[in-house]
Every structure is written in structure tokens, then in C-alpha cells.
Design a protein around this ligand. Structure first.
Ligand code: 6PG
Length: 492
């Protein structure tokens, strides 16, 4: 065969990736479980490039040039395993199987190990940017064996988004690293969306600002250090009028947020690797809470409201309130990024990946859902993009801050936002407007910088009921107090 790549699974993401390859001059072999989709794609978009329609996976594989590159774009989970099982007997050592779906990184690790046994390269690739991105240039986060990148990387880089001429695609690390990085991208995406939601809720319920006017505020914010795709689309969603009622569309959308799993996985993995990703986790919990309509209905009827009237800001200070909310949003968002980056570093240690945080941030500057001006600053804070920089797993490249918030530009920015951030959280708490991510992010910041944490007391409690011992501030060693005897201290 002569085709450059085969794509199996032609639902919208697979079809758009296939078209993207074809538009970039590659010959793309197509396969779908039901032939109709393949025919439809060729009928509608055949003129965009060179496609080879195939009937079966056998035919797909036979149509490919060696080393064969087969990209799987089917629903995450068992369907991926099913396709892999069918492909293995058809392939030869050195061929490359690519999973571009939102697969769980543990599945990717397992599949990579299994295919390596057969001499096959299995590459889990994170792809972000939704349908548009898949067609016109997504952010691409490939993992898998580094060697596979020689034959695959140039093609992925060609179809990816570009920022200042640099592809938003680079090999990020072995086995499941690509899917892990994409998962963390989605965790940050959840938090970013939630903090925007919290800002909207405050502007509306405390500031009394209607969606149409908020659309203008968000448009203005998009000219500040908040500039990002998510802020931009928020303005558009808020400006949208509902045809049926004539009111804002947002008012007729059921307020129960869906989720397909990647945010939840991020929170779970944060717990697993011991990274405090509380702001990201709170954004997942916020979606879960919203999606319990029956509990919420009972709660509205039975739980007392308490004091919740906060005087709406007068027009004179309204501008100040809006600016306060903007700063709280920025600071909270920064914390979510810091937590995401921190968990990447923890996971690198856990799974033996060499992750370069500067390069990873560079991949998110364009094409993906969290694309934002801020990512260029984050990239620079981590020493910029250097795709040849592969730090020892669990270590950072020289000069990279241990926490994003410690980079001078960010510690300074947060210090400046801090008074507004505190005022906004205090106002929200007093007014009874839930701001789980604003407040959790602030607690994280205050927790990080505290002189002393009540963890000392927790250690005392643990020692009391379970003889778990504690360390002392003034001496080396582990100690235990004989709580049920004479309460003297012994060295454990
Ligand atoms: C992207 C998106 C994409 C998708 C996620 C989030 O980066 O292009 O993250 O992968 O929208 O699956 O979906 P949920 O909000 O449904 O979890």
C-alpha cells in the first residue's frame, strides 16, 4: 500500500482528523464499522485531498505504506481494545497504532506494554480543540515510545495548531504520558469553566448584572490578562437570546452540568499521586452537585437560607466590584494551572515519565480548549519550550519553579490580586453564593504560605488514638506520647 495513514472510527472527531491529514497533503485510508460513514465522508469531502475508502480493517491495513500508521478514533474503553485486538494480527513489527481518543492513561499504559511485546508501537495521543480543532489544527499531546515519534511526529506536527510558527505538538513522554497530559488539560478546563461560572453568578446575584451586559464585560475582560478562548465563548453564550422566550438563552438551559470523565479522572489521579488539586476537584464536585436535581429540590424547600442579603453594590462601586471579581477569577485560575502543573510533576515521578512543563505549556498556547495568552507566560515561567529537554523523571529542568505560583511574575500578580480575591470570597460567603473554586483556590494559597498549619494538631491526634508518632521541630527522630499512661514522651 501507499497511504500515509489509516483512520478507523469516522464519527465527527475521526472524520475531521482524517480530513485535516488529507488537506495537509497526506493520503488517508478510511475505515468505519458501518461503510455508510466512509462513503459519506468521501462524497462530501473527497475533493479536499486523497482518500482511500476501505471496507474492512484488513483492507485498511493493506492500503498503508510501511511502517503502517493506524489511528483509532473510537469511544474510549472497550471499543479501543476491540479494535486493537482486530489489528494486532494484521500488523508487523515497527508499525504504529495511535489512539487519539480520550482514553484513560492506565489503559494506555497497559495497551502500550502489550503491543510492545509484539514489536508494535502504541501511541496514546491527547487531542484537544473539539470538532473545529480536529479539522483546522488541534493541540496534540503524543506519548508512547520516543522512537515512534520519528515516523509519526512530523505528520502530527503538520496537522496541529501552530503558535508563533511552532507546532502545538511535541512528544511528551513514554507510554500513557500523552493521555495523562490531556487529562490534566481537561481538569484545568473544568476548573477554568467553573471559575468563569462563579464570576458570572456573582456578577448576576450580587452585582445585579444581566447576561447581555455581562457579555460586554467578558468581551472587555478578553482584552486583559484573562484573554482566552473560554472567556471569548462565554461572552457569546451570555449574549445569546433564546428564540422561544426572547430572554437570555442561559436562563432556559437546565443547570445540570454533564461530564464524560476526564475531570473526574484528574481529581482521582491527584489523590493517587498525592498532589493537592483541590480547585480542580471542586470543579468536578460542582458539576456533580448541579446534577442532583432531586436533592437540590428538597434542599431548596427544607434548608434554611440564613442571612444572605448582601447589599448590591451601588452603581458608583459597581465598577470596583466587577474589577474585584475579575481579579479573583484570574488568581483562582492561576491556582488551577499551578495545581495541574504540580500534579504533572508528581505523576512524572510516580510513573517514571520525563515531562517538561515548559514544553507542555507551549502545546496549550493554541488549538486546545484552554488556549489563552496566559499559557505563553506559564511556558516562559517554566523555562520556555525546549522539546529536547527531558528532565530525569520526578525532577525539574534547571531553573523551573517548584510551583508555578513561585515564578516571580505570578507571585507578584497574585499579591496584587489578593485583596480583591479576599473581598470577593468574603462577599460570596456572606451572600450565600457558592464559590467552591474561588474559595478553595484561596485556601490553597493561604495553606501553602502559612507559617504553621494545624497539621501539627492532626499529628497529635493521630498519635493519641493510633500511636502513629510525630516528628519534632527541635530534634530528629520519631516520637510518641504515652497518652494513656503518664503522658511522658518516648522516642519511637
Ligand atoms: C477538548 C475537550 C474535549 C471534550 C472533553 C470534555 O480538549 O477538546 O476537552 O476533549 O470536550 O471530553 O468533556 P466533558 O465536559 O463532557 O467531560
Amino acid at each position: 500500500g501507499t497511504a500515509d495513514i489509516g483512520v478507523t472510527g469516522l464519527a465527527v472527531m475521526g472524520a475531521n482528523l482524517a480530513r485535516n491529514f488529507a488537506r495537509n497533503g497526506y493520503t488517508v485510508a478510511l475505515h468505519n464499522r458501518s461503510r455508510a460513514r466512509t462513503d459519506q465522508l468521501v462524497a462530501e469531502h473527497g475533493h479536499e485531498g486523497t482518500f482511500v475508502a476501505t471496507e474492512s480493517l484488513e483492507e485498511l491495513v493493506a492500503s498503508l505504506a510501511v511502517p503502517r500508521r493506524v489511528l483509532i478514533m473510537v469511544k474510549a474503553g472497550q471499543p479501543v481494545d476491540d479494535v486493537i485486538d482486530q489489528l494486532i494480527p494484521l500488523l508487523e513489527a515497527g508499525d504504529i497504532v495511535i489512539d487519539a481518543g480520550n482514553s484513560h492513561y492506565e489503559d494506555t499504559r497497559r495497551r502500550e506494554a502489550a503491543l510492545a511485546q509484539q514489536g508494535l508501537h502504541f501511541v496514546g495521543v491527547g487531542v484537544s480543540g473539539g470538532e473545529e480543532g480536529a479539522l483546522n489544527g488541534p493541540a496534540i499531546m503524543p506519548g508512547g515510545p520516543e522512537k515512534s515519534y520519528e515516523a509519526l511526529g512530523p505528520m502530527l506536527e503538520k496537522i496541529s495548531a501552530h503558535h508563533d510558527g511552532e507546532p502545538c505538538c511535541a512528544w511528551v513522554g513514554t507510554d500513557g504520558a500523552g493521555h495523562y497530559v490531556k487529562m490534566v488539560h481537561n481538569g484545568i478546563e473544568y476548573a477554568d469553566m467553573q471559575v468563569i461560572g462563579e464570576a458570572y453568578d456573582l456578577l448576576r446575584r450580587v452585582g445585579g448584572i444581566e447576561p447581555a451586559e455581562q457579555a460586554e464585560i467578558f468581551t472587555a475582560w478578553n482584552q486583559t490578562d484573562l484573554a482566552s478562548y473560554l472567556i471569548e465563548i462565554t461572552a457569546e453564550v451570555l449574549a445569546q437570546k433564546d428564540e422561544a422566550t426572547g430572554g437570555p438563552l442561559v436562563d432556559v438551559i437546565v443547570d445540570e452540568a454533564g461530564q464524560k470523565g476526564t475531570g473526574r479522572w484528574t481529581a482521582i489521579s491527584g489523590l493517587d499521586v498525592g498532589a493537592p488539586v483541590a480547585a480542580i476537584a471542586e470543579s468536578v464536585f460542582a458539576r456533580s452537585l448541579s446534577s442532583q436535581p432531586h436533592v437540590r429540590e428538597v434542599a431548596r424547600r427544607t434548608l434554611a437560607a440564613g442571612i444572605e442579603s448582601v447589599e448590591a453594590p451601588q452603581p458608583a462601586d459597581r465598577e470596583e466590584f466587577v474589577e474585584d471579581v475579575r481579579q479573583a477569577l484570574f488568581a483562582s485560575k492561576l491556582v488551577a494551572y499551578a495545581q495541574g502543573m504540580d500534579m504533572l510533576a508528581a505523576a512524572a515521578q510516580e510513573y517514571g515519565w520525563s515531562l517538561d512543563l515548559g514544553t507542555i505549556a507551549s502545546l496549550w498556547r493554541d488549538g486546545c480548549i484552554i488556549r489563552a495568552d496566559l499559557l505563553d507566560v506559564i511556558m516562559k515561567a517554566f523555562g520556555g519550550r525546549d522539546t529536547d529537554r527531558h528532565p530525569e523523571p520526578g525532577t525539574r529542568a534547571e531553573g523551573q519553579p517548584v510551583n508555578l505560583l513561585f515564578a516571580p511574575e505570578f507571585s507578584q500578580a497574585i499579591a496584587e490580586a489578593l485583596p480583591a480575591w479576599r473581598r470577593v470570597v468574603a462577599t460570596a460567603v456572606t451572600a450565600g453564593v457558592p464559590v467552591p473554586v474561588f474559595s478553595s483556590a484561596l485556601a490553597y494559597y493561604d495553606g501553602l504560605r502559612a507559617d504553621r498549619l494545624p497539621a501539627a494538631l492532626v499529628q497529635g491526634q493521630r498519635d493519641y488514638f493510633g500511636a502513629h508518632t510525630y516528628r519534632r521541630t527541635d530534634r530528629d527522630g520519631s516520637f510518641h506520647t504515652l497518652w494513656s499512661a503518664d503522658r511522658s514522651e518516648v522516642e519511637a
